[in-house]
Design a protein around this ligand. Structure first.
Ligand code: HSE
Length: 303
């Protein structure tokens, strides 16, 4: 298989959005890129986030996803050099593993002649990740509702009539998704399920209609955040600080520990980000803030 160099770019993602556990996610204007080049043997070069931690051999998630796409297309993976420029923090609830999976799948598909369509790639991505709410917006962009059913994945974009920005607080300490999922109760009271399903529906309608004032109520959750706050006790203080600083709504980003707060403008988001940093400092939680556009386009391959 002849290899011509190319680049894959994948956005960060935030899942759940409060009440939409495993069902809602959005793409953020913060990207990892991977340059794929011919090489005599597999080489993985990592710059930026995860440079010290990520495996640089066959254990690389990026490489394993690449192989999955090539093999699904009926070919044999070629040896390549994968030069990663990572800006998505690892194990912070910002979709770093989904970004690796999507980048690997797109790279593998390009190497195998782009035989797999987006639906096939998405199905592979969900199978590798185990839940759809990060990989779907990472691959397709936007704000997405995604539901894994018996007949496969049902997913649809939620159109945003006006721009939306994220203020993110990224703690220094990681929280692996597996650990954050183990913290969840096996069953929930009916009242909590009802609390969430109303807010998940409200959230989708508020976003689609531009009734962003409804996000204050629509981003509240009782299914996963209370249990996860036991792993990250500063969470309620940070959420309250974001809301007090004028955020439209605030929630745990994915499995955490990052916090996602929404704002109508980049300037508002910047102000909320400052309030999140101040509140975290008050709780002696180390970390940094970021501002990113919400609902950007999905992963792309370019020359
Ligand atoms: N929906 C998943 C969870 C997202 O909350 O565990 C993980 O990023």
């Amino acid at each position: 298989m002849a290899v011509a160099s190319f680049t894959v770019r994948v956005p960060a993602t935030s899942a759940n959005l409060g009440p939409g556990f495993d069902a809602l996610g959005l793409a953020l204007g913060l990207y990892n890129t991977v340059r794929v080049e011919p090489a005599a043997a597999l080489e993985v070069v990592v710059e930026g986030e995860g440079a010290a931690a990520l495996p640089r051999d066959e254990r690389s998630l990026l490489w394993r996803a690449l192989c999955a796409a090539v093999e699904r297309a009926g070919a044999t993976p070629p040896t390549v050099r994968l030069v990663c420029h990572n800006r998505i923090p690892l194990a912070r609830g910002l979709g770093s593993s989904s970004a690796a999976i999507v980048a690997g799948l797109l790279a593998g598909n390009r190497l195998a002649g782009d035989q797999l369509d987006r639906n096939a790639l998405l199905a592979l991505a969900v199978a590798l990740e185990g839940h759809p709410d990060n990989v779907t917006p990472a691959l397709l962009g936007g704000v997405r509702v995604c539901v894994q059913g018996e007949g496969g994945l049902s997913q649809v974009a939620v159109p945003l009539p006006r721009p939306l920005y994220a203020a993110l607080f990224v703690p220094d300490h990681p929280l692996p998704t597996a650990e954050a999922r183990r913290a969840l109760p096996a069953t929930v009271p009916l009242g909590d399920a009802v609390y969430n399903l109303g807010r998940a529906a409200l959230l989708v309608a508020a976003l689609a209609t531009g009734e962003y004032r409804l996000l204050a109520e629509a981003t509240r959750d009782r299914l996963h955040q209370p249990a996860r706050a036991r792993l990250f006790p500063a969470l309620p203080t940070l959420l309250a600080a974001a809301r007090a600083a004028g955020a439209l709504g605030a929630c745990l980003s994915g499995a955490g520990p990052s916090v996602l707060a929404l704002a109508e403008s980049a300037a508002d988001a910047q102000r909320v980000a400052g309030a999140l940093e101040a509140a975290a400092a008050g709780e002696t939680v180390g970390g940094h803030s970021l501002v990113a556009e919400v609902g950007v386009g999905g992963a792309e391959v370019s020359a």
